[in-house]
Design a protein around this ligand. Structure first.
Ligand SMILES: [Zn+2]
Length: 472
């Protein structure tokens, strides 16, 4: 006899099997104590400015390819733990900007230094905003007209105001939220330290070099479950472009793509340990301009964020705890013969004066003061740990910290955070030499020499110690 339905107990089971998945899916998510607020401001200057990043530019910007933004996300765990993340479409963050934001953040909003995290996208098509550093000495002061100097100073002032304003705006926008973490990968970053047959390291694509292709994503949903903000990271220089147009490069395109895909969402890009990584191809290839390539890399990164969200985001619970402290990095002295190479025929008077002062200090047996490298650790319960390091952090730091901190919490490594003082090479990179080890940091004697080989160990030890201090 045909029985179209199983007997009663079986029927109930069948009914439950059919209905349960819907019931689970439709259940309202449990409320969380998180309160999160996002805010964004355009940073694009109103007129031509000198751009930062490439020393071969000979004129101010010639137009806009893609707008630059500053964005903020305030996180409050409802139990006294809070953090404001500020992301900037800029080449870096000066110590002066960081100090200003800390000061104003404390005075106006009662924020403590460890409650403010700044990260720069390292676009090489953003304005010069550092009136005291290398590009200024090397080119800008020599070539700039008074109106160019005024435009740069106006941008630097507007930047300071905007960042402080964003702290307040993101705190004021705080609303009940849920957090989720997810991760996928994108492949356009490649190691750029190519060993040459005759010895030495050149700045060229090196497919066999180490990379970190992870794309970590923090999704912020409102009480209604709708996406409100997306924070995502990638370890790669933001240098697809090399022209003289203002642009936020691939990181800007990725943010814009996501904001178009999710209307009303604020997308924030966090640069990872991409100090020795470049986006490839770059600077144009046959049939494609550099602007088209930047758009493609941005789309690839946005697609990785979509993929991460489709995978299976994990809920992120509090409490939020953060700690910020410097690792003190010692310098190896430059040989006296190297210092004599900084002469007036090839260098500006400022650089020559620094070389002479360094040589005199060496003669007196003095060692340069160590550099404080900010290490910022943010722990979101046992679900997510973010380690954000100052400087142009090379990829070895991310790979090592992800290995050493592996555990129940997802590990997110950011570079270019809180201050960008130049490159932060690893022990391996220092031993190999090349641009990220010595060349970039000592080219204009912004640093008195290369970092000592234990720089990596000091930074990693600081990260471990800070994380231990945050254990419940
Ligand atoms: Zn760089």
């Amino acid at each position: 006899m045909n029985r179209p339905f199983p007997p009663l107990p079986g029927r109930l089971l069948l009914l439950a099997c059919v209905l349960l998945p819907f019931a689970v899916h439709a259940a309202a998510p449990a409320p969380t104590p998180w309160r999160v607020g996002a805010a964004a401001r355009k940073l694009t200057p109103p007129g031509p400015v000198w751009l930062a990043g490439y020393a071969n530019r000979t004129a101010p910007s010639a137009g806009v390819d893609l707008d630059l933004h500053a964005k903020a996300l305030s996180l409050d765990d409802g139990a006294g733990g809070r953090l404001v993340l500020i992301t900037l479409d800029l080449i870096g963050i000066t110590a002066e900007l960081r100090a200003h934001v800390e000061r104003e953040g404390a005075t106006r909003f009662g924020l403590r230094p460890h409650e403010i995290l700044l990260n720069a996208s390292h676009t090489h098509s953003g304005p010069l905003a550092d009136p005291a550093r290398m590009m200024v000495e090397q080119i800008f002061r020599r070539s700039a007209r008074p109106e160019d100097v005024a435009a740069t100073e106006a941008f630097a002032a507007a930047l300071r105001t905007t960042v402080v304003e964003l702290l307040g705006a993101s705190l004021a926008a705080a609303a009940p939220a849920r957090l989720e973490f997810a991760q996928a990968r994108a492949g356009f970053a490649m190691n750029r330290r190519r060993p040459e047959p005759g010895g030495g390291i050149s700045n060229n694509p090196h497919p066999d070099g180490p990379v970190d292709h992870d794309v970590p994503v923090l999704r912020v949903a409102g009480a209604d479950g709708k996406t409100r903000a997306l924070v995502f990271g990638y370890a790669c220089h933001n240098t697809t472009l090399s022209g003289n147009l203002l642009s936020s490069d691939y990181a800007g395109h990725a943010q814009r793509d996501l904001e178009e895909a999710y209307p009303g969402v604020t997308a924030l890009f966090v640069t990872g340990a991409g100090g020795d990584q470049n986006p490839y191809p770059r600077r144009g290839v046959p049939g494609q301009t550099s602007e088209q390539l930047a758009r493609q890399h941005g789309r690839a990164l946005a697609n990785a964020v979509h993929t991460a969200l489709a995978a299976r985001p994990r809920p992120v619970a509090g409490p939020l705890r953060a700690a910020l402290a410097p690792a003190l990095l010692e310098y190896d002295p430059l040989p006296p013969a190297a210092l004599t190479a900084y002469g007036p025929a090839t260098h500006t008077p400022e650089v020559v004066a620094r070389a002479r002062a360094l040589a005199a200090a060496q003669t007196r047996g003095e060692r340069p003061a160590p550099l404080p490298c900010a290490v910022h650790v943010v722990r979101l319960g046992s679900d997510l740990t973010l380690v954000a390091i100052a400087g142009e952090v090379v990829v070895d730091y991310a790979l090592r910290l992800k290995r050493e901190l592996a555990g129940p919490a997802a590990i997110w490594i950011a570079g270019y955070s809180n201050e960008v003082f130049g490159y932060l090479p690893s022990r391996r990179v220092l031993a190999e030499g090349g641009y990220e080890a010595v060349g970039a940091n000592t080219r204009l004697l912004i640093h008195p020499g290369p970092f000592a080989p234990d720089a990596e160990d000091r930074v990693v030890a600081r990260a471990h110690a800070l994380l231990r201090s945050l254990q419940p």
